[in-house]
Structure formats: structure tokens, C-alpha cells
Ligand binder design. Structure first.
Ligand SMILES: [Zn+2]
Ligand SMILES: [Zn+2]
Ligand SMILES: [Zn+2]
Length: 211
């Protein structure tokens, strides 16, 4: 009986991990891994019992219990690390890369830089926090418009439902050399070149002139 539930758990477990990966759902994946751990544990138990019956070595019993215990603890640890790690999660990194590519390919001249970007996964939804540097003389209505544009753009160009929380930073004179704002009335320096947004400069908590 332990053997057959083990096999069913194994199949269901693999299935859940697959579906979880496809829909980027860490909870489904976690359920699948849990079942997989269970089936490996019961499989180990069955093999252990057979081994003890065959060899008559009863100390194997405690050895197997200890090994299985470690296995269960190790797996639990891996799962918590994955959900707490946030950005460190592999599937998350792929999604964040996609968001950064969308931002870079559709960036407006007024979005001087994007930094301190962090991502978290809630079920199948992606949540992103980031700072966007905007011209300091923009009024609140304009800032609000720009931020809503970024949100709308990411959710229409990208195929993954993303909730954004954007913090607006005022630009500084040090931004001018990479700021593409046309006819800026307060420009202190000529535009020298665009800084391409990537995983590295967008995730740091620094405006791009500081990096
Ligand atoms: Zn900032
Ligand atoms: Zn609003
Ligand atoms: Zn400027």
C-alpha cells in the first residue's frame, strides 16, 4: 500500500511541478515538490523494510530513519528559500528580464532611468517595485500620467499580468548627460548617450550616473 500511494504521489507530484512551472505558480510547484518528497520518502521506507528483512541488520532501521529525516528537512529548506528569495528565483529572473526588455524597447524620453527594481511572485501574478527618474519640474498630474503609462505599457506589451508599484525620483543635474528629454529647459550638460537598461543597472538602488 505504501508502494502504490508512493507511485501515485510521484506522478501527481511531477504533474503539479510541470503545471506550476508553466503558469509560474510557486504554490503549485511547492505542492508538487511536497508530493514528490512524500513519494521518495515512502519509497525509501519500503526499500528499507525489504533491506532489513533480507539482511536482518536491525540497526539499518535507525540509519534509514535519520537519512529520510535529513532528506525531508533539506527539501523544506529549499522550498522556503525559493519563495522568500524573491528575485533569486529562476523563473522570476526570466520574467524580470522580459519586463526590463519591454521597458527598454518602449522607453519614453522622459523616463530618465529605472532603478531599484525588485520582483515578487504571488501565485501566478508578478509584482514589481521600482524607481523611475523623471524631470524634477514635472507636476503631479504629469508624473501620475507617466507612471500610469509605464504600468499600461508593461501590461499590454507583455503577456504576463504584472502589478507595478512605481516610486518617482526627481532628476539631478548629473542625469543630464544620459537624459534624452528634448528641449529640456534646465539642461546643464549635453546628451552624451543612452544607458541601455539591463538586469544589472535596473536592479541596483542607484540612479544610473552613480553606477
Ligand atoms: Zn531612487
Ligand atoms: Zn492614480
Ligand atoms: Zn533634463
Amino acid at each position: 500500500i505504501i508502494g502504490s500511494t508512493g507511485i501515485i504521489n510521484l506522478i501527481v507530484g511531477f504533474y503539479l511541478i510541470n503545471v506550476g512551472k508553466k503558469s509560474n505558480s510557486i504554490t503549485l510547484e511547492a505542492d508538487g515538490k511536497h508530493l514528490l518528497t512524500d513519494s521518495i520518502t515512502s519509497g525509501g521506507l519500503v526499500i528499507g523494510i525489504i533491506l532489513i528483512q533480507l539482511t536482518q541488520l536491525y540497526w539499518l532501521d535507525s540509519l534509514i530513519s535519520i537519512l529520510l529525516g535529513f532528506y525531508i528537512i533539506y527539501n523544506g529548506y529549499k522550498l522556503t528559500r525559493r519563495s522568500v528569495g524573491g528575485l533569486m528565483d529562476e523563473s522570476n529572473i526570466e520574467l524580470v528580464k522580459k519586463v526590463i526588455t519591454i521597458l527598454q524597447e518602449n522607453r519614453a524620453d522622459s523616463w530618465i532611468d529605472v532603478h531599484n527594481l525588485r520582483a515578487q511572485q504571488y501565485g501566478a501574478d508578478l509584482h514589481i517595485d521600482c524607481h523611475v527618474t523623471l524631470p524634477y519640474y514635472f507636476d503631479l498630474t504629469t508624473v501620475h500620467q507617466e507612471i500610469s503609462n509605464i504600468d499600461k505599457m508593461i501590461n499590454t506589451v507583455g503577456d504576463h499580468k504584472t502589478e507595478l508599484f512605481i516610486h518617482a525620483d526627481p532628476c539631478l543635474p548629473a542625469c543630464c548627460n544620459y537624459c534624452k528629454m528634448p528641449n529640456c529647459p534646465v539642461r546643464q550638460e549635453e546628451f552624451r548617450g543612452e544607458i541601455v537598461w539591463n538586469m544589472d543597472n535596473v536592479t541596483k538602488n542607484q540612479k544610473h550616473f552613480d553606477q
